[in-house]
Write a protein that binds this ligand. Structure first.
Ligand code: GRF
Length: 229
């Protein structure tokens, strides 16, 4: 058991449906954390509007206002640190974060990625999955590391790839599973049950041999005896 997570901050560049899933879960007492702030690199991101509508502090910081990526990231994370999050959640944040900022927050930053990592890192994951002809696809929540989409994977949700699927249809099916996956995974952080130790994901202090899997009931299955509901 480790320190329960009480405060989170969200980084998002786009539409913000994952953020909305967190806002709804917090509002319905299904996720006992405080959303301390939402940050974006795009002033017109839908995620910022969702935060404002929910009364959550929201801030856009434009990369174009900074000479270098490092300067932008330093300013961004200084602003994030001000709201004192225990965990920073990247939910549709489309920029690679500088190694300096990531290394300073190892074990405190997570990202949701629309593939079954380590397969299909980077962009256009649904096209990649279709091109590879896989029968199963999905989403992963992982710790952020300096390597893009390369940090230890905490949890995953799977979907079938169906005949006739195009990237848009697959993306919709995956996104539907991303929302409960992110909420369920953050519940474990709120309970103080997930840690990162020596680049290994631990649940209740014990190393996970494989990522937690979300069942069709949208609950995470635990390899350990104790249920994770
Ligand atoms: C999600 O598919 C997420 O996995 C990916 O970007 C998309 C963001 O969706 N990184 P939204 O902005 O949360 O709706």
């Amino acid at each position: 058991m480790t320190q329960p997570v009480h405060r989170i901050a969200v980084l998002a560049s786009g539409h913000g449906s994952n953020l909305q899933a967190l806002i709804d879960a917090i509002g319905q007492q299904r996720l006992p954390v405080e959303l301390a702030g939402v940050f974006s690199d795009r002033p017109r991101a839908g995620a910022l509007h969702r935060a404002e509508a929910a009364g959550v502090p929201a801030e856009a910081i434009r990369p174009a206002d900074f000479a270098t990526r490092a300067q932008f990231d330093e300013h961004l994370f200084t602003r994030i640190d001000r709201v004192q999050p225990d965990v920073i959640v990247c939910a549709g944040y489309m920029r690679l974060v500088s190694e300096r900022e990531v290394s300073a927050r190892l074990g405190r930053m997570i990202n949701i990625h629309p593939s079954l990592l380590p397969a299909f890192k980077g962009l256009h994951t649904h096209q990649q999955a279709l091109a590879a002809g896989v029968a199963e696809h999905g989403a992963s929540v992982h710790f952020v590391s300096p390597e893009l989409d390369g940090g230890p994977v905490i949890s995953q949700a799977r979907v079938p790839v169906l005949a006739g699927d195009d990237a848009a249809a697959l993306a919709r099916r995956v996104l539907e599973r991303e929302h409960p996956l992110l909420v369920q995974t953050l519940r474990l952080f709120a309970q103080g049950r997930i840690t990162l130790v020596a680049n290994e994901v631990r649940l209740d202090g014990r190393a996970l041999a494989a990522p937690l899997q979300m069942g069709h009931d949208n609950l995470l299955d635990s390899p350990l005896s104790q249920e994770t509901a």
